[in-house]
Structure formats: C-alpha cells, structure tokens
Design a protein around this ligand. Sequence first.
Ligand code: ATP
Ligand code: MG
Length: 382
Amino acid sequence: MSMKKVIILEFAPTADEIWNLDHNDIDGYANYDVEKGLVSILDTAHDAKPRPEILAVYAGGKATNVARVIDRLLDEKSNVKIELVTFLPPPQGIFCKLQPVKLNDVEIMPSTPSGMYVQALQILDLVNVRPRFEIIDELQGPTAIQATRRCIEMIIKGTGTSLNFSPRIIWTPKTVHAVLQKLEKLVSNVDMVVLAGAPPIWKPVDNESITPHDFYAEILNLLPPQCDVSVDVRGYYLHKCLFSKKLPTFIFMNKNEFLEASESWKKLNKGNFFGTIIVHNKDGCWVWDKDTPNTDDLFNGSIFYPSPKVEKVYSTIGAGDAMHAGFLKEWVSSENTEDRLSRSVIYSQAVSAVSVSNERATHGIDAVAVDQIFNKIYNKNY
Ligand SMILES: Nc1ncnc2c1ncn2[C@@H]1O[C@H](COP(=O)(O)OP(=O)(O)OP(=O)(O)O)[C@@H](O)[C@H]1O
Ligand SMILES: [Mg+2]
C-alpha cells in the first residue's frame, strides 16, 4: 500500500492559556457572586492587584485539537503522512531580521510574536503528525487583521466559575484570495483534507467577493477529484459544502448541529451524495453511509452505535473533536475491508470515551486505553 497523505488545515492558530485567579475572602480580588451572577476581578475593597497563576498553555484551534489527538493515536510505523498546516502572518518590525530556528527538528518560521508562540506550542505537542507553517504576507495589513489568537480562560479558584476570552480570527478579502491560492498548490497531491471549526470572518468588499460562508465550499472545489474530505463544521459553512460541486466524504456533527441543519438535509439531492454522515451525542452516534437523512423522520435509515459506558465523566470539552480524530486515525490507517467503516466508528467512540473519562480530557488520551475499549466492543459484535 502506498503512503497516504492527509492534511489538516488550521486557519485559526491559537495559544490557549488557562490561568488561576485566587479567591480569598480577606485578601482576594476575584469573586463570583452566585446570586447576582456577577464576576469581579478586582476587589476594590481590598486594594489587591490581580496575580494570576498560569496552569497550562497549549496549541489550540479546532483543527489543531484534532491533529493533537490523532498524534497520540498514531504509531511511528503508520503508513500515513499527516500534516497540520497552519496559516500565519509574516514578521513585522525587528522580527523581520529573524532567521528560522529549529525546535525538535522542525523550523519555527519568523512571524509575529504570537505566530511564533503558536508554532513552538504546536511543535512541542506533535510527534507523529508533522506541523507545517505557511507564512502568508496578506495576513498582515493596514486594517485590523487578527491572524492568530490567544484564548485565555481564567478560573476563579474555589467558586466553580471561569471567564473565557476567545477572539475570532479576522481576515480581509485579499487574505482569503492569498490563502486559497496557496491551498491550490498544497492540495494537488493529497488523499484527504480535514476541515474543522468555523473559518475566519471578513467583510466582503463587493458582490464578487467570497463570503466567509462560502470559504470551505471554495476549498472543496479546489481539491482533486480523488481527494477525500472530512468536515466538522456547522451552520451555513456546512450548508454551502453540501451544495458545492465537490461534496464532503465524511461529515461529523453533534445532534444539535444536525437538527439545526434539517433544512439542508431536505434540500440535499439523495442521488448525489456518496459520503458518510456521523451524528453524535452523549448516548452514541448515528451513521448514514452513502445516504442522507430521511426528510420526515430524520433518524430513520441510520445505524446507531451506542457510546461505551464510562465510570465517571470529567470533561466533555472536545469530546466531538476526539471522536473525529479517532475516526480519521482508524480510517486512514486501515485497508479497504468490508468492516472499515464500523471499525472506524467504534474506534472513534472508544477515543471519545477515553477523552471524557480522564481528568485531562483530550490532553489525556492514551492509545492503549483506547485499544482496550475498542477491542472489547469490536470482539463482542464482530
Ligand atoms: N456525558 C457523556 N458520557 C459519556 N460519553 C460522552 C459524554 N459526552 C460525550 N461523550 C462521548 O463523546 C462523543 C462526542 O460527544 P458530543 O456529541 O457531546 O461532542 P461535541 O458536542 O461535538 O463536542 P465538542 O464540539 O466540544 O468537541 C459522544 O458520542 C460520546 O461517545
Ligand atoms: Mg463538535
């Protein structure tokens, strides 16, 4: 079997930071008033300055999350080459004088400070998936472009609450054009492209401009005919993909997102769709293979796979991403056998089960624990 090539596209490179804010009744400056629903950061009554403590920093963005989980599941013997491609702004000011520097044998490209921070975090988080950085000059401009982001979560200790700052990525129509041009070259010889999360936003300049809603559909239309596509995107971004010239091969969504798209399923021409739809929630997942949801009774015609039972649920954040990653890992690394789809679905559910049932969620996924759950279910049913 020849080496398969998969690329995961990250348009929203992120440094995710979790900070602890101390709450102390006498000296504390952070508080949460449950009755009024008010969060106060600076408690003026005590004149204390905020002194947050950093708990964790990691590379984020929805596509990066998927790549990070696949990385834990792949072994070095795997017959697939998986790349996480991240689009970054060029350096500015004194940063233009920098040369690429190597970290773990991967080059960090000169970019903005945030762009370089994200690269370092991605490199340190990935072993089997290869990070690749594309510096796009048009990601810098006179207007307020936001090409990378830092998502900051502040946990107010002991109060069970947190504040989350997650800016959107903002581009211009010029950026979009430049990124699509770069993509056209990148995708010419790949076997699968993975799209996850909402794309950046921008203001179209005239009727000719590509809108944010069209962006993923535009990418689909750049792909060679034999290239598979796996998407975990919602709303209009998905709707446009369902009516583009090239359709996605795999569609992942949670049950709410699925119900939200009911109009799209009605409009979709059954005869044109040759992909697989995988809808999930905490109870399990529903799979339509080369078929679309029935218009009257949406779940009719699907095959249901129950979630593996877990003893304790710690965090469901990123469970859907873990599932998507698990599916992709199993699908791309297995032969085209009759049970390939059901194997991949069961494996995906084993990965999400491990994700929800450990304290570190998607960061605590371990291939051995996944295999144990997978083997139990698979051997019982096949
Ligand atoms: N409370 C739970 N108990 C057991 N398993 C769960 C629970 N929540 C999620 N899972 C597992 O994770 C899978 C995906 O979960 P879910 O449908 O909630 O993802 P999601 O809403 O897309 O999450 P995200 O977008 O944050 O990654 C489920 O099919 C199930 O296997
Ligand atoms: Mg999801």
